[in-house]
Write a protein that binds this ligand. Structure first.
Ligand SMILES: Cc1cc2nc3c(=O)[nH]c(=O)nc-3n(C[C@H](O)[C@H](O)[C@H](O)COP(=O)(O)OP(=O)(O)OC[C@H]3O[C@@H](n4cnc5c(N)ncnc54)[C@H](O)[C@@H]3O)c2cc1C
Length: 269
């Protein structure tokens, strides 16, 4: 089974900063990680390859530094890594991002049996990209799956949605987006990381390798423009309290009394 896993390098969320003038995320100088759900997808791909054989290709569209995420994915167990990078791809909305990814997938030989994406990212968080790739490639899709089984040539996938467990039989080739419950990503051995960062090749495709035009990618290929962007004021304030269990309970009771959530009489009971 040939599997493509789409991975996005994202800024580690607590460190995200916003360029309020350009209305974009500032990615430079911020520590980056593989989007956590993409690691879940990668683990599922490794598991399917163990059961069925085949090859895993990881694909990422992003600036040159996204190569790090791809190298990590190689260390994780991927067989091949392709970085889609070109200054022309900058400023892409989800439609332009999906178009570049779908075009790259359509150029793979053989065409993959399965494309896996995370359900959403921790930075832009739209959940658009997987479904849009599936639409462009005319693939059946199921979003947010938490179980994948193989039955002959088809996949039986399950997802929990609104308290109901849906089960689908999907013919391949297909695209699935995955949710957290699908798998627990394994720990990457240091030696594999070292090898991936020193010996392994990253294939790079730019706009012209994909036979795309400037009006199809980046800002030119985007159907939307960010109109306004500002940081929302935090509504809640957290407080870390330390001490013995007895003093913590007394502290909490005093707080609840001060907020009139607990009256003094019941607090002292
Ligand atoms: C109007 C607009 C302007 C934007 N301008 C910029 C900009 O100037 N610079 C900028 O950096 N971003 C910009 N963005 C953000 C950019 O569009 C998104 O980062 C990108 O489209 C992915 O969307 P998402 O993170 O919501 O993915 P989701 O749809 O939430 O992601 C789901 C899954 O799709 C896959 N996926 C998503 N993105 C990629 C990727 N790049 N490579 C491989 N797999 C992927 C992953 O498997 C991921 O788990 C802009 C967005 C909008 C709407």
């Amino acid at each position: 089974m040939d599997i493509v896993v789409c991975i996005k390098q994202v800024p580690d969320v607590p460190n995200i900063r916003i360029d309020e003038h350009r209305m974009t995320i500032i990615r430079e100088g911020v520590e980056s990680i593989i989007n956590p759900l993409d690691c879940v997808a990668l683990e599922a791909a490794v598991d399917l390859r163990e059961r069925q054989g085949g090859r895993i290709t990881v694909l990422s569209m992003g600036p040159p530094q996204s190569e790090e995420a791809l190298r990590e994915a190689l260390a994780f167990g991927a067989d091949q890594a392709i970085l889609l990078t070109d200054p022309a791809f900058g400023g892409a909305d989800t439609l332009a991002t999906s178009h570049v990814l779908a075009t790259a997938i359509s150029m793979l030989k053989p065409f993959p049996d399965l494309v896996l994406c995370g359900r959403q990212t921790i930075d832009s968080d739209t959940g658009h990209v997987g479904p849009q790739i599936a639409e462009e490639l005319d693939l059946p899709q199921v979003c947010g799956v938490n179980e994948i089984d193989l039955q002959g040539d088809s996949l039986v996938v399950k997802r929990l949605y609104d308290g109901f467990l849906d089960t689908f039989r999907v013919n391949t080739p297909a695209l699935l987006t995955v949710s957290q419950e699908l798998s627990s990503p394994h720990h990457i051995p240091l030696a594999d990381l070292e090898r991936a960062f020193s010996d392994r090749e990253i294939i790079r495709w730019a706009m012209k390798d994909l036979n795309l035009k400037p009006e199809e990618v980046g800002l030119g290929g985007s159907a939307t423009r960010a109109w306004k962007l500002h940081k929302a004021a935090p509504k809640r304030r957290g407080e870390v309290v330390t001490g013995s269990p007895q003093s913590l309970v007394e502290h909490l009771i005093r707080k609840l009394e001060a907020l009139s959530i607990l009256d003094e009489e019941s607090g002292n009971e």
